[in-house]
Design a protein around this ligand. Structure first.
Ligand code: 4AD
Length: 435
């Protein structure tokens, strides 16, 4: 007789009723003297393996009973449908073989503190909630790339080592770069994306981004993944339209693909999906300021809107909301000055409700050569290191706009998490570089 086929938990439906082999890890084990229920993990999913004393040799059953958490094994048995199982099937064990022992696995089913878990991140990735979150991340990343690919944006991979400051001098990681002075880890790919619109019109990048944030908040990492898109001949208003369609599309696709994962995370996607059916309101900074003052907030023209105030605005408008046309001094040098009110720029932040806050920052870009030099000087940035960027304003400059989405913040929102540290496989924060 031929050997049973070795399969993964991603392809169960093709093998219903058959004898199969699955290789994986002991996620957990419980049971009685008559039967044991072994949770076997493979490909980020869990399958219940039923070991019945009656059907097995005594020695085999006893060995199963004494299996330790995270032992790796190969199990063979019949795959049967089971409506109660989240995965729809269970395996009736016939035989098994140990591959690797596991003694005293440190993450037990009891509660552990967050610092301990983060120090065990190399192992914590195996836990059910972490499996679910990183599968959501995988689906969202796929959906993001697909969104732009389908709309004929060209992927432009922007450099991580850069010679000019993309956002603000205060949050730069720098490193010595041979005889050329300092290189900075990219805070954004935007300036490079702007070069590429002249070649490809509509472009995007999706990669790691670095900010030496000295703040310990629920929504800041020092390394995060940002999706950035940039389009030639696109206005500030059209830029917001694109962002709204983008968020609605990728959130709906990710939720649809991850219903079992959201169940593990006890996240009801209903309210999130309702937000995706409504238009996102667009509020001017000056009106946001007026509202916040009417709520007795002590805020003056030029102040950034902090996370508590963002949530007050999200509550007032009942969901995601764009706050647009910020004071110039609060925003980056490349944003186009608003011709109708030069105290402000043509930018917008997209604020998410549920305690998440700003998920997107975007703007129309200043396309005029002398205006942008003026802005660099105002911000006391070294004009000479932007020479290449300024040349874009000399050779066929056009109106253009773009935006950046912090993917971990969107994952946190989809998963209903209060902190973004679990939304990336190995979070980098002010006080964490291990593992
Ligand atoms: O608003 P930011 O700083 O915008 C830019 O970097 C632009 N150059 C993007 C562009 O127009 N191409 O950042 C964009 C988004 C924020 O809205 C936030 O979601 C996320 O990036 N972000 C962070 N996420 C995690 N940790 C941090 N420290 C973050 N800083 C920004």
């Amino acid at each position: 007789m031929s050997e049973p086929k070795t399969i993964s938990l991603n392809e169960l439906s093709e093998y219903r009723g058959q004898l199969v082999t699955i290789q994986g890890w002991v996620h957990g084990i419980r049971g009685s003297n008559a039967r044991q229920f072994l949770s076997l993990r493979n490909s980020g999913r869990i399958l219940q393996v039923l070991a019945e004393k009656e059907l097995l040799a005594e020695e085999t059953f006893s060995e199963i009973k004494h299996l330790k958490q995270e032992t790796s094994l190969s199990v063979t048995g019949k795959l049967v449908e089971n409506e109660k199982s989240p995965i729809g099937y269970e395996l009736i064990l016939e035989s098994f073989r140990k591959i690797g022992e596991s003694e005293n696995y440190p993450i037990t089913p009891k509660d552990h503190g967050i610092d301990f878990l983060l120090s065990q991140r190399h192992l914590w990735l195996r836990s059910s909630r972490q499996l679910a979150i990183l599968r959501v991340r995988d689906e969202l990343s796929f959906s993001i790339r697909n969104y732009f690919h389908e709309r004929k944006f060209t992927l432009i991979d922007t450099p991580i080592l850069t010679g000019s400051i993309g956002e603000s001098a205060g949050t730069l990681f720098s490193t010595e770069y041979f005889d050329l002075g300092n290189a900075y880890l990219a805070q954004t790919g935007q300036l490079y994306l702007e070069t590429a619109i002249f070649a490809h019109n509509r472009v995007y990048c999706f990669g790691p981004t670095f900010r030496a944030e000295k703040s310990k908040t629920r929504r800041h990492l020092t390394e995060f993944w940002m999706l950035e898109a940039e389009s030639a001949f696109v206005s500030h208003e059209q830029n917001m339209e694109l962002q709204e369609d983008f968020i609605k599309t990728v959130v709906k696709q990710t939720v649809q693909a991850c219903l079992p994962e959201l169940k593990v995370l006890e996240r009801d996607p209903g309210p999130l999906l309702e937000y995706m059916e409504r238009p996102f309101p667009k509020i001017d900074y000056k009106d946001a300021l007026e509202f916040l003052r009417s709520e007795k907030e002590d805020i003056v023209w030029g102040d950034d809107i902090n996370s508590e105030r963002e949530q007050m605005l999200a509550r007032k408008y009942g969901g995601p909301v764009f706050i647009q046309k910020y004071p110039r001094e609060a925003k980056a040098f490349y944003m186009k000055v608003n011709p109708e009110d030069p105290r402000t720029v043509l930018n917008a932040d997209l604020i998410a409700p549920d305690g998440v806050g700003e998920i997107i920052g975007g703007s129309e870009r200043e396309e005029n050569y002398s205006n942008i030099i003026k802005r660099l000087e105002e911000e006391k940035l070294p004009v000479e290191s932007y020479e290449w960027y300024l040349e874009l304003r000399k050779y066929g400059s056009v109106p253009h706009s773009g935006f950046g989405l912090g993917s971990e913040r969107l994952i946190a929102w989809i998963c209903g998490l209060s902190h973004i540290r679990e939304c990336i496989p190995f979070p980098r924060m002010m006080e964490r570089l291990y593992p």
